[in-house]
Write a protein that binds this ligand. Structure first.
Ligand code: 1HA
Length: 270
């Protein structure tokens, strides 16, 4: 597979090949911790993915073998958030979490090394996770003076169960790839050298399936957890499909032609 760079960023790499987008956090010197700029760039890349009709699956990963992501960059943590060049304290990774869930395409986290703190929540919000055998998972919030009590707790409990989720947050232990697999926190564990290829294989299998079926299924998995916001995504998908029908066109055409619409020929199926 030949990855082609899509556009230039400072903290991340965004590449594309054969219907797959690969988004890589590129700050290995801090175990791929994110600062506000990193998240702003990720939000930009995921927005481009959404608009790119060629892309069906995203592989979300970290540069190097030591970490997927170690969460917020503690060096720039200030009063009320993580502070960038604009001096504004932000928790903009929360926007990214929602963006990943709303994306009507599958996001696969490919985790080598640490997925810790806010970096752990990022893999959690992805649809699937492939872990290298050196992967390490855990939350650190109560140890470093933070907590993500949104998807960080609620989605984790839905994914692995309430008792395990509370254990992970209350004790702040680290868990091996195999332990994460046993909890249902990751889909598969592979030798480190095979991580990228395994993620590509999964992506290609998904790409061979019906895009619309995958789109509705992803939305449906989020609907109850996300409440009306989840329903909005799924309802929007339904509207998109409806706009593709002759029945919907009749309504629009009648308005533009200043006549009453005639829906009589459209069946009321059971
Ligand atoms: O909780 C939230 C949020 C909640 C709500 C809304 C928004 C949120 C946004 C973010 C977060 C959080 O992410 S809080 C949790 C923040 N992260 C952590 O507590 C993890 C901190 N890092 C570690 O525990 C360890 O570094 C590690 C287990 C990931 C790796 O350990 P290792 O392999 O022993 O390496 P280490 O020597 O510790 O780290 C290598 C270098 O990377 C160090 O820098 P150096 O001494 O070489 O200059 C280290 O300081 C740096 N580094 C690692 N993680 C971070 C980091 N620098 C800044 N921020 C980091 N997160």
């Amino acid at each position: 597979i030949f990855w082609e760079k899509v556009c230039d960023y400072e903290d991340i790499i965004y590449e594309k090949a054969q219907g797959i987008a690969k988004i890589t956090i590129n700050r290995p010197e801090v175990r791929n911790a994110f600062r506000p700029k990193t998240v702003t760039e990720l939000i930009d890349a995921f927005a481009r993915v959404r608009d790119d009709a060629e892309v069906g699956v995203v592989i979300f990963t970290g540069q190097g073998e030591q970490a997927f992501c170690s969460g917020g960059d503690q060096r720039v943590r200030g009063q009320g958030g993580y502070v960038g060049d604009d001096k504004i304290p932000r928790l903009n990774v929360l926007d990214l979490q929602r963006q990943i869930r709303l994306l009507p395409k599958v996001v696969i986290a490919a985790v080598a090394g640490y997925a810790i703190g806010g970096g752990h929540v990022l893999h959690l919000v992805c649809d699937l996770t492939i872990a290298a055998d050196n992967a390490v998972f855990g939350q650190t919030g109560p140890r470093v003076g933070s907590f993500d009590a949104g998807y960080g707790t609620g989605l984790m409990a839905r994914t692995i169960g309430m008792k395990r989720a509370k254990e992970i947050w209350f004790l702040c232990r680290q868990y091996s790839a195999q332990e994460a697999y046993d909890m249902g926190l990751v889909n598969k564990v592979v030798p480190l050298a095979q991580l990228q290829q395994e993620a590509i294989d999964w992506a290609q299998e998904i790409l061979a399936k019906s895009p619309m079926a995958i789109r509705f299924l992803k939305a449906s998995f989020n609907v109850d957890t996300d409440g009306l916001a989840g329903l909005q995504q799924m309802a929007g998908d339904a509207t998109m499909m409806y706009y593709m029908t002759e029945e919907a066109h009749e309504g629009k055409n009648a308005f533009l032609e200043k006549r009453n619409p005639d829906f009589s020929k459209f069946p009321r199926l059971p």
